[in-house]
Write a new protein. Structure first.
Ligand code: SAM
Length: 186
């Protein structure tokens, strides 16, 4: 047995290049790509957090098109991935959907070390066996706002390679790599 794992992509509060708190726009590719990774690695759900109703309505239209529309008929496999997708206004809504903040563990990700991190190896071990569901939090823009990082139960180490200083992965790439390190078949 292993613990339930959920993914959330946060569009507010996140940072811009000047480290101000901003709201980013939802990117169509993020919906599809991260849903496919979430499905591949057995995640229970994939939440998109956006405070603006029109943006959540955009997600709903994309989901309808791919569940019941022509694209759903053309690529049925995508339906399975997109079935995991939920758009909600705030991170608190995600916590409540998962049983409440105290019923889950929240793990954040970043390309920078914003607090003493746990390694992916440690995360992988924590996910095995019994325990509360884990919510894996990814940001957009220039990363998650400091209050999100501070409020989490753990921060995963930045994904890096070959000792190279460059770590600015797309959130789609970062999510796929993180899920493979945490839950990929070995
Ligand atoms: N420099 C940004 C940051 O602080 O992560 C990366 C911007 S990227 C569009 C946004 C998200 O991708 C980050 O919030 C994080 O979730 C993820 N991400 C990007 N690079 C990462 C890395 N090297 N390790 C872990 N997560 C990463």
């Amino acid at each position: 047995v292993s613990r339930a794992l959920h993914v959330v992509l946060v569009h507010y509060p996140v940072l811009d290049a000047a480290k101000a708190i901003v709201t980013t726009a939802i990117t169509n590719l993020d919906i599809h790509d991260i849903a496919r990774s979430a499905r591949t690695f057995g995640c229970g759900s994939y939440f998109l957090v956006h405070p603006i109703e029109a943006q959540r309505a955009l997600v709903a239209r994309i989901l309808t098109h791919w569940q019941e529309g022509s694209s759903g008929r053309r690529i049925p496999a995508r339906k399975d991935a997109l079935a995991l997708v939920r758009a909600v206004p705030t991170l608190e809504d995600v916590y409540n959907e998962l049983g409440g903040r105290d019923a889950i563990e929240v793990w954040v990700t970043s390309a920078q070390v914003a607090r003493p991190p746990i390694s992916f190896a440690e995360g992988r071990v924590r996910l095995e066996g019994a325990g509360p569901p884990v919510l894996l939090v990814f940001g957009t823009g220039w990363g998650l706002a400091p209050e999100v990082i501070a409020a989490a139960d753990a921060a995963l180490e930045p994904i890096s390679g070959a000792g190279a200083p460059y770590k600015h992965l797309s959130v789609r790439a970062a999510c796929a790599i993180a899920l493979d390190r945490l839950r990929g078949d070995r």
